[in-house]
Design a protein around this ligand. Structure first.
Ligand code: HQG
Length: 179
């Protein structure tokens, strides 16, 4: 399976497992899972056939491990805009987490902190390299440090997704350090 096809299949799966399952007649359960057989039939019926071998390859090789397979089911590990409850336990975060963004958002972020925007949570990274990659999707990355330890002590809840993305509802400005 070549890299271009791998990326196309990954994007197609992200779109339908995170954002628009109804577009291919898919129903996700409350935790975001769907049967792999049903998914493969739905993709074929909507003009984008994916084989089981291709799906397995994408799940295993994906740079961010975006998808989780459990038994006969698959789900996106994070990043949803559709209503799902990933049912992740609350965990104590490390002292600092990082968020990669771009300069044009900084005024708003200084004023109102980090908000989840279209997603369910604010996404934070455990290291600066990952945050830099996230920010670079939008331009020259600006890395904010999040005083996650202080947030935790103040009662903010953190989760970690199956692929290591830190999630929290919002980050008020007082917990952010700007470069
Ligand atoms: C910004 C990708 C104005 C925020 C990545 C970001 C990540 C604000 C954008 C995952 C703001 C939201 C998530 C505020 C936050 N005012 N702008 N108050 N608060 N923002 O894509 O963190 O490839 O929803 O800085 O690797 O960029 O999808 O979040 O620039 O893990 O698997 O609003 O998406 O993963 O953008 O990225 P996003 P994100 P996947």
């Amino acid at each position: 399976m070549d890299e271009r096809r791998t990326v196309r299949v990954s994007k197609y799966l992200s779109k339908h497992l995170r954002h628009q399952p109804e577009r291919i007649g898919l129903v996700l359960d409350a935790q975001g899972w769907t049967e792999i057989d049903t998914l493969l039939r739905a993709t074929a019926a909507h003009g984008f056939p994916i084989t089981r071998a291709e799906l397995d390859h994408v799940v295993a090789s994906n740079d961010k491990k975006r998808f989780a397979v459990e038994g006969t089911r698959i789900r996106a590990s994070q990043g949803h805009t559709v209503e799902v409850d990933l049912d992740l336990p609350a965990v104590e975060p490390p002292a600092y987490l990082y968020h990669g963004t771009v300069a044009r958002f900084l005024d708003a972020i200084r004023a109102e902190g980090l908000r989840p925007m279209a997603r369910h949570h604010v996404h934070l990274s455990a290291d600066r390299e990952t945050a830099t990659r996230v920010g670079a999707r939008r331009g020259r990355p600006v890395i904010l440090s999040v005083d996650a330890g202080a947030m935790h002590r103040a009662g903010h809840v953190f989760h970690i997704s199956a692929n290591g993305v830190w999630l929290t509802d919002a980050v008020p400005p007082e917990f952010l350090r700007f470069p």
